[in-house]
Design a protein around this ligand. Sequence first.
Ligand code: SF4
Length: 331
Amino acid sequence: MSGSVPLLDVRDLVVEFQTPDATLRALDGITFSIAPGEILGVVGESGAGKSLTGLAISRLIQPPGKIVAGEVRLNGQRIDALPDRAMRRIRGKRIAMVFQDPQTSLDPLFPIGDQIVETIRAHLDLSRRAARARAIALLEEVGIPSPAARIDAYPHEFSGGMRQRVVIALALCAEPELIIADEPTTALDVAVQAQILDLLARLCRDRGMAMMLVTHDMGVISEITQRVAVMYAGRIVELGATAEITAQARHPYSEGLMGAIPTLEARTEPLLQIPGTMPRLTAIPQGCAFHPRCTRAFAPCDIIRPALRPLPDGHAVACHLHDPTHKETRP
Ligand code: SF4
C-alpha cells in the first residue's frame, strides 16, 4: 500500500452479540485497509467472521449484533457512527454489495430493467428515459447479450450466471468506489464462476473501483486479488500480498487453506485438510483460537492470544512462531 489515504480504513473493529446468557464477541479487533482500485480478498472457513466484516462496514448488522468499538473510514470520512439516513446514502452509492444469491438482490415480481432504473434514479438525478438508457449500457457492460431486448425480462427468465451479472449491473448503478462482494460465485457452476470473477476484475480495472471479495475459497482469492486477509474465529490471522501468501503462508491456518487448493502438480497427492472445525462463538478457546487444530502449537499457544504483528517483509501474522519473544520455546 502506498502512503496515500486508503479508500477504506478499518481500525480495531469489534462486533458483539448480546444474548440473554452472555456477550459474544464475533469480530475482535479487525484492522485492514483497501487502496483505491485494489482488490482485497477476505478468506476463511464458515464462521470466521468474513461476511460479518462486510456487513459491519456497510452497517447492515442486525440486532442483537452491534459495533461496540473501532472505526471505519471511507476516503478519510468516518462512517461507522453516521446517522442511519446518511449511511443509507453511502450504501448503494459509494459502497455497493453483491451477495452470493442473486435472488436476495432481485425482486422476482418486477422486470430487471425497472429495478435497475429505480436504483439509478434513487442515486442519480436522471430522467426515466436517461436512466433506462444507462441501464441498457450497464447490462451491456456486464455481458448481458441483446440488453435492449432483455431489459424488460423478469429475473426468472435469466440463468444463475446471467442473474448474477444483472446484480453486478445493479451494484454499478451509482458508480460506487467500493464493492463488497460476498461469495459472489459460490452458487454458480465452475465455468460460470470463472466468467463472473473475470467480469468483476475487469470492472475494477476499467472503473478504478476497489473490491473486498469475501470467500471461503483460496482458489478464488488467488485468481483476482492483490492482497488477502485470512480470518479465523473473528480475527485476522494473516494479511499480505496474495502472491506471497499463496507461495509461502506464514500462519499454520493459512498454510492449511493453501494446501486445500487443487493444482495440476499436486493432483496425485491428497489435498491437505485442516483437522477439526471452526470454534463456535460461545466456545472460542483461550490463547490462540486455532491451537486445538494446530499441529505446530507449543508452550504459549493455549495461554497467550497472539497479536497481528507486522513482519519485515510487509506481511502481518498473528502466530507465536513468528514472535521473537517466544524464540526460546519455539519447537
Ligand atoms: Fe499454531 Fe501457536 Fe501459531 Fe496458534 S500461535 S497458529 S497454535 S503455532
